[in-house]
Ligand binder design. Structure first.
Ligand code: HEC
Ligand code: HEC
Ligand code: HEC
Ligand code: HEC
Ligand code: HEC
Ligand code: HEC
Length: 346
C-alpha cells in the first residue's frame, strides 16, 4: 500500500477514536435521551433561584421606599398593575453575571455582592412606560416628554416611589378660618394689597383676592419663620398672630379676583410657548390644579417675574420652583409672566 494512503487511514482512525471518546465521556449522559438536547437541563434550570427577588424582599432593608411605593399608584394590586422595584432597579439576584454562566447557587445576590443601580436618567426609566407613543393604549397614561418635563428629570417633580406625590410642594394643612373675623384684621393690608385684596400698578403687593387659602397661609407662615424673606412682608407678617392666620387668609381667599390689565404685545399662543411645564401645576388658565399651589391668574406680569427671580436668587425657595426658575432665561421669564398675567381670573 502506498505510504500516503497509510497516513490517511491512520488520520481517519485518529478522528474516529476522538469522536467516540467525546461521545462517550464528554457529552452529558442525558443527551439524546428525549431528543437532540440535554434532557436534564430543564430540571437543572428549574432548581435555580429566580433572578428577581420580588418587591417584598426589599421591605426589611428599604422600609422608607417600600412604604411609599406600596401606597402608591405603582402598586395598584386591585387592577393588577404593579411596577415592581426591580423593574426600575434591575434584578436583585444574579444568575448569569458577566462573564459567562454561573449557577444560581453561586450567583451574586443584592446586597452582599451585587450593587443595585439608582436610575440617574428618570426620563428614560419612566419614559419606558409613559412616553407618548401612538400605538400605546390610552389607558396607559402618557406624556409628551419634552412638553411635559421640558429639559427636567421626572424626579424633579414626581416622587420616584410615589409618583402622584410632588416633591417639595406645599401640603394643604390650613384649616378653614372665619372670613368675617379675618376682615377685621385685614385693614392694614389694604395699603399695599388693595382695598378688596386686588392690587394695582401703584401698590407694591400682589393680589391676594381669590388666592387659595392653604397657599396664603403657608406664605404668611413662611415670612414669619424666615423661610421666605422680603423686607416689607417679613415685618408685616410678624404683626399677624398665628391664631389670626386662618381667618385673614380665609377672608382674602373668599374675595373675587380680577383679570389683570390686558397684556398687549405677543399673541397668547407665543407667550404660552415657555409655559408648557408650568401648566402641570398652575393650569393653562392660571388656576392651579391643587389648592396647595398658588393661582397665577389675576397676578401682574411684574409680580410673576419678580417672584420667579426671587426663587432663582434664593429669597424664596421651593425644590421645584427654584430649579425651574433657574432654568429660565430673562426673555423666557418675560414670556411666561406675560402669559399668566393675561389669564382670566376665575
Ligand atoms: C439585607 C438588606 C437588603 C435587602 C433585602 C435589599 N437591600 Fe438594597 N441595599 C442594602 C444595602 C446595605 C445597600 C447599600 C450597599 C451598597 O451601596 O451596595 C443597598 C443599596 C441599594 C440601592 C442603591 C442605593 C444607593 O443609594 O446607591 C438600591 C437601588 C437598592 N438597594 C434596591 C433594593 C431593592 C430593589 C431590593 C429588593 C429587590 C433591595 N434593595 C433589597 C440592603 C438591602
Ligand atoms: C418607577 C421606578 C421605580 C420603582 C418601581 C422603584 N424605584 Fe427606587 N428609585 C427610583 C429612582 C428614579 C430613584 C432615584 C430617586 C431620585 O433621584 O430622587 C430611586 C431611588 C431608590 C433608592 C436610593 C435612595 C433614594 O430613595 O433615593 C433606593 C434604596 C430605592 N430606590 C429602593 C427601591 C425599592 C425598595 C423599591 C420597591 C419597593 C423601589 N425602589 C421601586 C425608581 C424606582
Ligand atoms: C413598567 C411601567 C412603568 C414605569 C417604568 C413607570 N410607570 Fe408610572 N405607571 C405605570 C402604570 C401601569 C400606572 C397606572 C397604574 C394604575 O392605573 O393603577 C402608572 C401610573 C403613574 C402615574 C399616575 C397617572 C395618573 O393616573 O394620574 C404617574 C404620575 C406615574 N405613573 C409616573 C411615573 C414616573 C415619574 C415614573 C418614573 C419614576 C414611572 N411612572 C415609571 C407604569 C409605569
Ligand atoms: C415640572 C414638574 C414635572 C415634571 C418634570 C414631570 N412631571 Fe409629570 N406631572 C406633573 C404634574 C404636576 C402632574 C399632574 C397634572 C395634573 O394633575 O393635571 C403630572 C402628571 C403626570 C402623569 C399623569 C398624566 C395624566 O394624563 O394623568 C404622568 C404619566 C406623568 N406626569 C409622567 C411624567 C414623566 C414620565 C416625567 C418625566 C419625563 C414627568 N412626568 C415629569 C409634574 C411634572
Ligand atoms: C407695606 C406694604 C405691605 C403691607 C402693608 C402688606 N403687604 Fe403683604 N406683601 C407686600 C409685598 C411687597 C409682597 C411681595 C413680597 C415678596 O415678593 O415676597 C407681599 C406679599 C404677601 C403675601 C404673599 C403673596 C403671594 O402670592 O405669594 C401674602 C400672603 C401677604 N403679602 C399677606 C399680607 C397680609 C395678610 C397683610 C396684612 C396683615 C399684608 N400682606 C400687608 C407688601 C405688603
Ligand atoms: C410641580 C408643581 C409646579 C410647577 C410645575 C410649577 N410651579 Fe410655580 N409654584 C408651585 C408651588 C408649590 C409654588 C409655591 C411655592 C412657595 O411656597 O414659594 C409656586 C409658586 C410660583 C409663583 C409665585 C406665586 C406667588 O403668588 O407668589 C410663580 C410666579 C410661579 N410659581 C410660576 C411658575 C412658572 C412660570 C412655572 C413654569 C416655569 C411654574 N411655576 C411651575 C408649583 C409649581
Amino acid at each position: 500500500m502506498p505510504k500516503h494512503i497509510v497516513r490517511l487511514l491512520l488520520l481517519l482512525a485518529g478522528f474516529a477514536i476522538v469522536a467516540i471518546t467525546v461521545r462517550n465521556h464528554v457529552v452529558d449522559k442525558s443527551f439524546y435521551k428525549i431528543g437532540h438536547y440535554r434532557a436534564d437541563a430543564v430540571a437543572e434550570i428549574a432548581q435555580d433561584k429566580p433572578k428577581f427577588q420580588g418587591s417584598a424582599s426589599c421591605e426589611s432593608c428599604h422600609a422608607v421606599q417600600f412604604t411609599a411605593w406600596s401606597k402608591s399608584i405603582h402598586h395598584s394590586t386591585d387592577v393588577g398593575k404593579v411596577v415592581k422595584c426591580e423593574v426600575c432597579h434591575g434584578p436583585g439576584g444574579g444568575r448569569d453575571p458577566d462573564p459567562g454562566y454561573v449557577h444560581a447557587a453561586t450567583g451574586p445576590v443584592h446586597p452582599v455582592n451585587l450593587k443595585l443601580a439608582v436610575p440617574t436618567d428618570s426620563r428614560t426609566t419612566c419614559g419606558v412606560c409613559h412616553e407618548q407613543i401612538a400605538a400605546r393604549p390610552l389607558q396607559q397614561r402618557q406624556v409628551v416628554i419634552n412638553d411635559h418635563a421640558g429639559t427636567q428629570q421626572c424626579t424633579l417633580c414626581h416622587d420616584a416611589h410615589s409618583p402622584q406625590t410632588f416633591n417639595g410642594s406645599l401640603v394643604a394643612t390650613a384649616a378653614p378660618g372665619n372670613a368675617v373675623a379675618g376682615k377685621s384684621k385685614a385693614g392694614a393690608c389694604a395699603a399695599c394689597h388693595g382695598a378688596a385684596g386686588i392690587t394695582n400698578a401703584s401698590l407694591p403687593g400682589p393680589t391676594l383676592a381669590g388666592q387659595n387659602q392653604a397657599y396664603l397661609a403657608a406664605a404668611l407662615t413662611a415670612y414669619k419663620t424666615g423661610k421666605r424673606s422680603n423686607p416689607i412682608m417679613t415685618g408685616m407678617a410678624a404683626t399677624v398672630n398665628s391664631a389670626d392666620i386662618n381667618n385673614i387668609t380665609s377672608y382674602f381667599s373668599s374675595l373675587r379676583c380680577e383679570t389683570s390689565a390686558s397684556i398687549a404685545a405677543q399673541a397668547a399662543a407665543a407667550r404660552k410657548a415657555g409655559a408648557a411645564m408650568c401648566t402641570n401645576c398652575h393650569g393653562t388658565n392660571g388656576v392651579s390644579t391643587s389648592s396647595s399651589w398658588p393661582n397665577l391668574a389675576g397676578q401682574s406680569k411684574d409680580y410673576i417675574a419678580a417672584a420667579l427671580k426671587s426663587y432663582a436668587g434664593g429669597q424664596r425657595s421651593n425644590v421645584i420652583m427654584t430649579t425651574l426658575a433657574k432654568s429660565l432665561s430673562e426673555p423666557e421669564i418675560d414670556k411666561v409672566a406675560a402669559y399668566y398675567a393675561g389669564a382670566t381670573c376665575k
